[in-house]
Design a protein around this ligand. Structure first.
Ligand code: HEC
Length: 436
């Protein structure tokens, strides 16, 4: 059933179906989500998850028919009753179904599947934004509604998979060098046994994934049975690099691979300019992936790691090549000083200012006192998810129950309170976002 997934040659860009690999990985993802327990109703949605790789043409397969039927009977009623009031007529209009079209059900489905930026993710249906959005100006979905939509998305995934066989793009598996203390790159103590000065930078080359010369760098810290990865940077080669949807995968010695349980980088699209000289980070040829840090819950630190990509190729020659950030924006830094600095001071005092090397490494607040050097603002900004602000690492790390790997929590009675802290950071984040 898991044929081929542990085959030793799977690290090369092979003609093995990416979907077969992702099926195995994502099935684990779905199981994690299930055990995190929404409702048994979800199980119904999963029964059709695995189907053969061979398939017929798109649109005419039995899988496609099932997907349309599930949309019609399960998802459409939910979208039209709880979400359509806003999302037909107001941005983002991902439910827009033109009244002029005879079949509003089919139009809505097509709009949802084709909407840009994507609100559905067929490779990891459970992380689709329509499911994970939660309460906003609109309501959160309840468990039954989520299950109905997830069931439909699983069916779409089967339908899409039945029609295509794609190439898996993955790095070699590496055994991560673990950081036990000191600043990133300090390896003086690694050989002498001084754990407080041993913090190697892991370099994962993208050669075997088809982008020779490019690399992903990161620092890995063990957290009991989990792995905290920070300073995750992509460095382009002389060809530049374009990547979509990196997925970190943890490989036990035996047994199935464990994909990032929340597939947090599914929305990442990174386009970096060709490197012309030594690459500095961040810079035009180097940027962080997502928030640049991730607590991979359930990744045993001794496991090997690999990274798969949906797309990995030379930089896209585009006049919208993103300009990598050199610091927080002018207004952003001003807002950071007034809104964030006072409330984040305790984090600097306790750990992130230097008294805890690992914490400083992950988010360096040692320059917080400066009113001219905005590197500290940039450090904090690296932990903001501008795509889905509520999922920003810096907002969730101190929240009880949110980021299990972060040892320190603010509470309702702390100074600042968790609510205050998040409100202040959000004030600043909205200013930063408007300057991007
Ligand atoms: C009362 C109006 C309203 C309703 C009802 C509503 N939304 Fe929204 N939604 C918004 C607004 C406004 C935005 C844009 C601002 C934001 O992202 O919060 C939005 C944005 C979104 C986005 C884009 C999110 C992103 O992270 O980019 C998604 C996905 C979404 N809504 C899902 C839903 C779902 C699913 C429902 C039904 C359960 C729903 N919404 C119901 C008002 C609404």
């Amino acid at each position: 059933m898991l044929a081929g997934i542990n085959a030793p040659k799977a690290n090369m860009k092979t003609l093995k179906s990416r979907r077969a690999m992702l099926d195995t990985l994502m099935r684990h993802l779905d199981m994690v989500r299930l055990s995190a327990g929404i409702t048994a109703a979800l199980l119904i949605g999963c029964t059709g998850l695995i189907s053969g790789d061979e398939g017929g043409g798109a649109g005419s397969t039995p899988e496609a028919a099932i997907a349309l039927q599930k949309f019609t009977t399960d998802a459409y009623p939910v979208f039209s009753t709880v979400c359509a009031a806003c999302h037909i007529g107001m941005d983002p209009k991902f439910l827009a179904a033109s009244a002029a079209v005879a079949d509003p059900v089919k139009t809505m489905r097509a709009t949802l599947l084709g909407f840009d930026p994507a609100v559905v993710n067929l490779e990891a249906p459970a992380s689709s934004r329509v499911l994970t959005k939660g309460a906003h100006s609109g309501p959160a979905l309840d468990a039954i509604q989520s299950a109905a939509i997830l069931g439909w998305l699983q069916a779409e995934k089967d339908a899409a998979g039945a029609a295509t066989t794609t190439v898996i793009i993955t790095t070699d598996k590496i055994t991560p060098l673990l950081c036990t203390g000191g600043v990133a790159g300090d390896i003086a103590g690694c050989t002498t046994g001084d754990a407080s000065h041993c913090c190697p930078i892991n370099v994962v080359t993208l050669d075997s994934a088809g982008m020779p010369g490019a690399e992903v760098d990161f620092v890995a810290q063990p957290l009991s049975s989990d792995l905290y990865v920070s300073d995750i940077y992509v460095k382009a080669s002389t060809a530049g690099v374009y990547m979509e949807h990196p997925l970190f995968v943890s490989w036990p010695v035996t047994g199935d691979p464990i994909p990032d349980t929340i597939d947090r980088f599914f929305a990442v699209k990174l386009n970096l300019a060709a490197a012309t000289a030594a690459v500095t980070c961040p810079g035009p040829s180097c940027d962080h992936i997502g928030a640049g840090a991730a607590a991979f819950v359930g990744f045993p630190p001794q496991n090997r790691l690999s990274i798969t990509f949906k797309v990995l190729e030379a930089a896209h020659p585009t006049n919208t090549m993103p300009v990598a950030s050199a610091g927080c924006g002018t207004m952003g830094f001003a807002s950071f000083l007034s809104a964030v600095k006072p409330d984040i001071q305790p984090c600097a005092t306790m750990c992130h200012g230097g008294s805890n090397a690992g914490a400083k490494n992950a988010m360096d607040l040692s320059g917080l006192a400066s009113t001219t050097d905005n590197n500290t603002c940039l450090q904090v900004r690296a932990h903001v998810n501008f795509q889905t602000v509520a999922q920003s690492g810096v907002l969730l790390a101190p929240q009880a129950g949110a980021d299990a790997a972060h040892p320190f929590k603010l509470a309702a009675g702390s100074t600042p309170t968790i609510a205050d802290f998040q409100t202040k950071l959000n004030t600043w984040i909205s200013v930063e976002a408007s300057e991007q």
